[in-house]
Design a binder for this molecule. Sequence first.
Ligand SMILES: [Zn+2]
Length: 485
Amino acid sequence: MIWTLIKALTFFLVVAALTWGATLLLDSGEGVRIVAAGYEFTLGPLQAVVAVLLALVALWLLVRIVGLLMAILRFISGDETALSRYFDRNRERKGYAALADGMVALASGEHRVALSRALKAEKLLGNPELTNLLVAQSAEAAGDTRRAEQAYKALLDHERTRFVAIRGLMAQKITEGDRDTALKLAEKAFTLKPKHADTQDILLKLQAESQDWKGARATLDAKRRAGSLSKDVFRRRDAVLALQEARKVMEDGASIEAREAAIAANKLSPDLVPAAAMAARSLSLAGDAKGATRVLKKAWEAQPHPDLAAAFAEIEPEETPSARLKRFKALTAIHPDNPETRMLLAELLIAAEDFPEARRALGDLPETGPTGRVIALRAAIARGEGADEAEVRAWLARALTAPRGPQWVCDKCHTVHAQWGPICDSCGGFDTLSWRAPPEAEAMSPTGTELLPLLVNPPRPEAPPPPEPEPEAPVDLAEIARKGS
Ligand SMILES: [Zn+2]
């Protein structure tokens, strides 16, 4: 406190003396006359300036010497580290200056400068806990991955920096494409800080990519508990993951567990179309046609969708078109005005050869919602009603240029997928596919080949149904109209 006061006073006196000296110089025009202890000096203007500078140097030296003397005094009076502290202080000051310079350089994008300052600070401060982080980050930014890795590994030893070190190494492994190691590091980072939102997201993505659905569900649950996920989104995503888990178990042939997992998925989120279709399929596989029907009805209530209709058709693969039409009333009675319901009904009626009724079922859809699928159905009706070839061709030509209607489209990269999946094939986004109309540019395939089967094979509803549980004529038409490039 006193020391600070002395410093301030000295500075004030020096400034006052300088001002006084300058005024004198200006006034006299020739020099300064100094009278001290009976002696008299006369200085010219230049000499006066030099004298002032010398006085300043002397003052600075005096301050240093006093500082040193105080340190020696403290050392003598028992403070053993006083001397080394005095000499280290300079070093430390330079070290912190280098550290600060490095941080500023890193922030302003001068990565090489940042790295060299960081290394200098490391040398001067000898406190790796403090400097390694800057070394690691500036080395990484400067593209020196080896040094960055070394620095991050050194940070692993300190409790305070372990988490940031693991995250740094994890980011490196992800860039290198070493997903297995990255996953292990992400798991470790997650155990250190389970509430860290970014770590949760990275871990979830890595787990989904490596098809660790069980682990991903646990991470998702942690996200929900940390409050970074709304209940609705959690339920939807958990259903997505549960569905994936079920699919995997089914591949392994353990059908009972698969069924249970898929049903659990369906229970969690009855509006999730793929989960419902999956659950219905496993139920009907177990011979529970009633349960499958119930599940699909519930899902259709939430959102009419061709995938649900396909699953509904698979419940009774052997039935005749008229029996099918009757059984599908369970679905078509719900949301009768929904375009999806009307198209489904038209498809069923076409299969049952009731073309005028099919045309009525479609109603004004060819005008109000002329998607490729609607127009393709209209063409099939025209052919079935015995319209001349020119009219059928006219419909088909229109179908080629009609928008494709809703598809599984990635919200992130807008890629159209023929089938639903938890991860976008194109950008790797998790749970990004939604059922909607694709952007105009991607709405039509350039060749329109998806409509060719209609030209080549006119619908033949009297043919016996195929023995396999493959989707039949109505679903085929849907596929033809909707399948993309
Ligand atoms: Zn995507």
